[in-house]
Write a protein that binds this ligand. Structure first.
Ligand code: DC
Length: 244
């Protein structure tokens, strides 16, 4: 994707990390659209691999099997159909953009993502995808994938709000969310993602911590765009410009 609307003087990398339901995707997509740079959702890659394991009847806890699958599977991320839209995900050539958000994938993805060999393969692929200017979201972007990112945001929100957002997201995809199940799933993912040995979820030392509880998406985007302006001198809008 080119940096349309932005006279780029140098590449800019923006890392967005945080727990499930904190609002990372909404923020990352908005930033990518406003700044005219590409957007990569790394969670989608772990989700696509999880879907493949489930389709093949592979136990998500079996590191050998899942790591072998990671070597053979083809996961392609394509730019959203419209600016600010959802990134499209293809698994072995099939569009799985919606399927990777199913409750079954939600329940199993943290188990797949905890295996060191799986992470090694994913981090390598993610670094390749991050060439040029990028907004990348995940759990270990600021600490592992792009430790040299110019702007690092660690986005959180309180548990009840994250559960509400997850339920809304599931409903918007045609599922009927059970709030207790969603609570259990978010709590489990929080625990596995932050307690795993390899690249656990934690803020990078130089990250900007933002608690989005009680904030609207516009307020969150406004705060982060302000930070981008301060840190890297990039303003927004159709006439966005990078300062030298
Ligand atoms: O952001 P998400 O909910 O789509 O991520 C799905 C899972 O993938 C998440 O529970 C942990 C894992 N993940 C990860 O370990 N590292 C990343 N960079 C992105 C996601």
């Amino acid at each position: 994707m080119s940096n349309t609307g932005c006279r780029k003087r140098r590449d800019v990398r923006i890392a967005i990390d945080g727990p499930a339901g904190a609002g990372k995707s909404t923020l990352a997509r908005r930033l990518a659209r406003e700044l005219g740079i590409k957007y990569i959702d790394t969670g989608a890659m772990y989700r696509a691999l999880t879907l493949k394991a489930l389709q093949e009847g592979i136990d998500p806890s079996n590191e050998d099997m899942v790591a072998a699958l990671a070597e053979t599977v083809s996961i392609d991320l394509k730019r959203p159909l419209e600016d600010g839209g959802e990134q499209l995900v293809f698994l072995d050539g099939t569009d799985v953009t919606s399927l990777i958000r199913s409750p079954a994938v939600n329940r199993n993805v943290s188990l797949v993502a905890m295996h060191p060999r799986v992470r090694e393969a994913m981090v390598e692929a993610q670094r390749r995808l991050a060439s040029g200017s990028v907004v990348m979201e995940g759990r270990d972007i600021g600490t592992k994938v792009l430790p040299e990112a110019e702007v690092k945001i660690f986005l959180t929100a309180d548990f009840a709000e994250r559960v509400r957002r997850r339920c809304r997201e599931l409903a918007s995809r045609g599922y009927v969310p059970d709030v207790h199940e969603v609570e259990a799933e978010v709590a489990m993912r929080d625990r596995i993602d932050s307690e795993r040995e390899t690249d656990p979820l934690r803020p990078a030392e130089d990250s900007f911590l933002l608690d989005s509880s009680g904030m609207t998406a516009d307020e969150v985007a406004g705060a982060v765009l302000g930070l981008c302006e301060e840190r890297i001198g990039c303003s927004t809008g159709s006439s966005a410009r990078w300062r030298a």
